[in-house]
Design a protein. Structure first.
Length: 88
C-alpha cells in the first residue's frame, strides 16, 4: 500500500475507533497516528488468529484497522488516565 493509502486508512480507522472508545475524536494527528498503529496491530492480531491482515484500501482492511485502533486506544487511554490521576 502507498503512504497516502496508509494515512487515509489510518485517519478513518482512528476516527471510527475514537468514536467507539471515547465518543469523540482525539484530534486529527493523533487519530491518524493511532489509526496507523492500530492497522499494524490489527493486522498482527488477525494474522495471529489465522485471518489475513491489511490487504489494501478496502472495507476488510478498514475493519482490521478499526479493531486494531480500538485495542490501541483502550491501552492508550488506560495508560494516560493512570498518569493523569496519579499526577492530580
Amino acid at each position: 500500500m502507498s503512504f497516502l493509502a496508509w494515512i487515509i486508512l489510518g485517519l478513518i480507522a482512528g476516527f471510527i475507533g475514537s468514536k467507539i472508545v471515547n465518543k469523540h475524536g482525539d484530534g486529527l494527528i493523533l487519530d491518524i497516528v493511532l489509526g496507523i498503529v492500530g492497522a499494524v496491530v490489527g493486522g498482527y492480531l488477525f494474522s495471529a488468529f489465522g485471518a489475513s491482515g491489511v490487504t489494501g484500501l478496502n472495507l476488510y482492511s478498514l475493519l482490521v484497522a478499526v479493531v486494531g485502533a480500538i485495542v490501541v486506544l483502550v491501552v492508550y487511554h488506560a495508560i494516560f488516565r493512570r498518569r493523569h490521576t496519579a499526577v492530580s
